[in-house]
Design a protein around this ligand. Structure first.
Ligand code: SF4
Length: 101
């Protein structure tokens, strides 16, 4: 009788897809349906904000004049630290809006 020892166990991990999108040259634009966007009441068009749900929204508030907007005032879209790698619309709005100093 000989004992047969199996010394190598190979685990194959398949399915690490999806990361490639994070490395695309152009930043993805945030969708209103993104869970984080929904949570913060984000709208790509600030005039479409649900004023009943977000009474603190006032006309004229847009990402362009928000302290967190990373783009220029003329950019159609720009970064926002609240949404990671995704870009928000310059004319958008979310409930974390804060007046740019
Ligand atoms: S925090 Fe400011 S820049 Fe970011 S999505 Fe909300 S309103 Fe736009």
């Amino acid at each position: 009788m000989t004992s047969n020892r199996r010394t190598f166990v190979i685990h194959s991990v398949v399915g690490a897809s999806g990361l490639a999108a994070a490395f695309s040259a152009q930043a993805a634009v945030l969708a209103e349906t993104d869970p984080q966007a929904v949570a913060l009441g984000y709208k790509a068009d600030a005039t479409k904000v649900d004023k009943t749900k977000y009474p603190k929204y006032a006309a004229g508030q847009v990402c362009h004049n928000c302290a967190l907007f990373q783009g220029k005032a003329t950019d159609a879209a720009g970064g926002c630290p609240l949404f990671g790698a995704k870009q928000v619309a310059g004319k958008g709005w979310c409930s974390a809006w804060a007046k740019k100093a």
